[in-house]
Ligand binder design. Structure first.
Ligand code: ATP
Length: 219
């Protein structure tokens, strides 16, 4: 089998910024993905409720990815009323896309090292590959000792190269060296609240949307 994988990038996107977009663009290229689905989370199980409603976070993702045809907004989690977990989203995608379609769950290194806190995380590799973006010269191999023994074992058993991702539908953990931009949604929310500039941290269309809808300003 050799089929271009579909990437899945979940996040609160509160708001989406260039850190997310560069991560996705680099992974699209380095992992040879055919598409990346951006899936804003509705009701995140293991973090504080996002500051703005899902409809705004979704709309900002749509605006940010409009000029990249390989990026697609997938609103299934924001439409779900029940608590949503990544494992359920992957089960749905696997059922829709068939057993042979390679799926890659994309994440930053920080997110990967917390994977053991995710609901039914050990089942994820039975549905998708995991592709982790790590800073060049700062590898996952060096950081993995800080993970739980179970996660370390998964990492050691499943580590693969990028070719594996298109040859198998699920089950590999690949690590890609991706320069990390020092941008976070937390930083952007804080700057808006303090009336400081957010220019060049995120697409101008998203910044305009934030100002038009008075998002992240103290009530
Ligand atoms: P917050 O600051 O609110 O915690 P965030 O900016 O970290 O948010 P998330 O929506 O939590 O954004 O992140 C979604 C995914 O994007 C995660 O896998 C995370 O590791 C990755 N990510 C976030 N910011 C960056 C960045 N600057 N560079 C690379 N990856 C990033």
């Amino acid at each position: 089998m050799n089929k271009k994988p579909i990437g899945i990038l979940g996040g609160t996107f509160d708001p989406i910024h260039y850190g997310h977009l560069r991560l996705a663009e680099e992974m699209l290229e380095l992992a040879g993905l055919q598409q990346i689905r951006f899936i804003p989370t509705g009701n995140p199980p293991h973090r504080d409720t996002p500051q703005v409603p899902a409809k705004h976070r979704s709309q900002m993702v749509q605006l940010a990815i409009a000029d990249q045809p390989a990026f697609v907004l997938d609103e299934r989690e924001v439409k779900r009323t029940a608590k949503c977990y990544t494992i359920h989203t992957l089960q749905e995608l696997r059922a829709e896309l068939g057993k042979d379609q390679p799926l890659c769950l994309l994440m930053g290194g920080d997110a990967f090292l917390q994977l053991h806190t995710w609901h039914e995380w050990e089942k994820i590799l039975g549905l998708a590959h995991i592709v982790v973006g790590f800073r060049p010269g700062f590898t996952l191999e060096e950081r993995i000792h800080s993970a739980t023994p179970a996660l370390q074992q998964h990492y050691q058993q499943r580590l693969c190269d990028v070719n594996y991702l298109s040859q198998h539908a699920f089950g590999g953990i690949a690590e890609l060296a991706i320069p990390k931009l020092e941008i976070s949604a937390t930083l952007i929310r804080a700057r808006v609240a303090e009336n400081r500039t957010i220019r060049y941290l995120l697409p101008a269309v998203v910044a305009n949307y934030i100002y038009q809808h008075n998002l992240y300003t103290p009530c």
